[in-house]
Design a protein around this ligand. Structure first.
Ligand code: SAH
Length: 389
């Protein structure tokens, strides 16, 4: 364990107390890193020595995905921002210290335009009004912006002029998608959506490869740290040219496509159909032929592979916060790959899953924390496991 400085600093964000989104702002960045590294050490330090956490030189304005909820304030004025922690009260936020600045500006423009377009903000309790959320994704390397307008009705009065006015003011917007969500739900996006401007997705570049990203597909929120994360994971995997690799929870295929340069074959498995559609297009656009994507639950797919006794050399897995499950892990044990690289955004569930694998013939060789979410208390970790022969 490393010692923190013992000092606190003044939080930079004026919404710090209300929002609760960036819990570690009261610490210097160096102390934030030590705190996160210690957190991983507390959980898994008994299994294996934890490497020094990989940090960043840019701990602010790093997010490439912004989500703003719209509603009405006390004076019935339109407000847009984030929900207060554990609540459905919207805090009116005009700038966010971890968000891309242009995305913040686009949201302010939309808020301003709503008046002249007589566009109502959605009211969750009364279920009236039109604009519910705005989601913005940007490609840091390409400069492209995708704006998703989440609305409560498929009839969008003045749509053409709204699109024209918004893109005139913000030429960086390369696409606008209208997503319809009229359900009583805490989910942001509804099932149905239509592209009302541009191609319906953005592209970004990682490791010199182009990746397309749609409104509903997952993409890491900070590309420069993502390159460090993937670099560390690929180095730990030490892929051989004859290896058959599974990339489970593969999203838009970033890891699969990067790993394919080193492997004989990569199979990506992912539940979200839009992500898989992006992944297939991404493999094609980057001329990668030794990768296949399966649109299925990762656990179910691994059970099928284990049933067929397929030969797998390496499993790379990167599940969501809830971690993996027993059908996935028990199938990994049956398939018995030589190595496993487990990337996680939640060390608690990763710790649980790793201890399962340790009981079933695997040992942990390395644990590498990476800071992907500066100012927040979230930490990413990569664990390398090897089969005990
Ligand atoms: N490796 C990717 C994505 C990681 S995020 C990257 O680095 O970008 C986790 C992914 O797991 C998401 O794309 C999510 O849609 C997917 N997912 C969630 N539950 C799943 C399941 N049961 N089976 C397969 N994929 C799942």
């Amino acid at each position: 364990m490393r010692e923190l400085s013992g000092k606190t600093i003044r939080p930079k964000c004026k919404f710090y107390r209300e929002c609760g989104g960036c819990q570690l702002q009261y610490l210097s960045y160096e102390d934030q890193l030590i705190l996160k590294e210690n957190q991983v050490n507390k959980l898994m330090g008994d299994i294996c020595q934890v490497e020094e956490i990989i940090g960043t030189d840019n701990p602010f304005n790093y997010r490439n995905k912004a989500h703003y909820t719209f509603g009405r304030g006390y004076k019935n004025e339109i407000i847009s921002g984030m929900y207060a922690r554990n609540s459905h009260k919207i805090i009116n936020i005009d700038e966010c210290i971890i968000q891309n600045e242009k995305s913040d500006q686009i949201v302010q423009t939309i808020k301003f335009m709503m008046k002249s377009f007589k566009m109502e903000a959605y009211d969750e309790d009364r279920r009236t009004g039109f604009l519910r959320h705005v989601l913005i994704k940007n490609g840091v390397m390409t400069g492209e912006y995708l704006v998703v307008l989440v609305v409560a009705d498929k009839v969008f009065p003045g749509k053409k002029n709204f699109v024209k006015a918004l893109t005139n003011k913000h030429p960086e917007i390369t696409s606008i998608v209208m997503n319809i969500n009229n359900k009583k739900t805490s989910l942001i996006l509804g099932d149905y959506e239509t592209t009302i401007y541009g191609k319906g997705f953005i592209e970004d570049i990682l490791f010199g490869k182009r990746f397309r990203i749609s409104s509903k597909s997952f993409y890491q929120i900070n590309p420069s740290q993502t390159e460090k994360l993937y670099r560390a994971a690929i180095d730990m995997a030490d892929i051989g040219k004859d290896d058959r690799v599974i990339d489970a929870y593969s999203g838009i295929g970033t890891i699969s496509i990067i790993a394919a340069d080193y492997a004989r074959e990569v199979i990506g498995v992912e539940l979200n159909k839009d992500s898989v559609r992006n992944a297939v297009a991404n493999a094609k656009a980057n001329n990668v032929e030794n990768v296949n994507f399966i649109n299925q639950d990762a656990g179910d797919y691994m059970v099928t592979l284990a049933g067929k006794n397929e030969n797998i050399d390496l499993v790379i897995m990167d599940p969501p916060r809830e971690g993996s499950n027993e059908s996935f892990l028990s199938s990994v044990v049956k398939l018995s790959p030589r190595k496993l690289v487990y990337i996680s955004c939640n060390p608690e569930t990763q710790n649980r899953d790793i201890r399962y694998l340790m009981k079933h013939g695997y040992e942990v060789k390395k644990i590498q924390p990476v800071d992907m979410f500066m100012q927040t208390d979230h930490v990413e970790t990569i664990a390398l496991l090897g089969r005990v022969d």
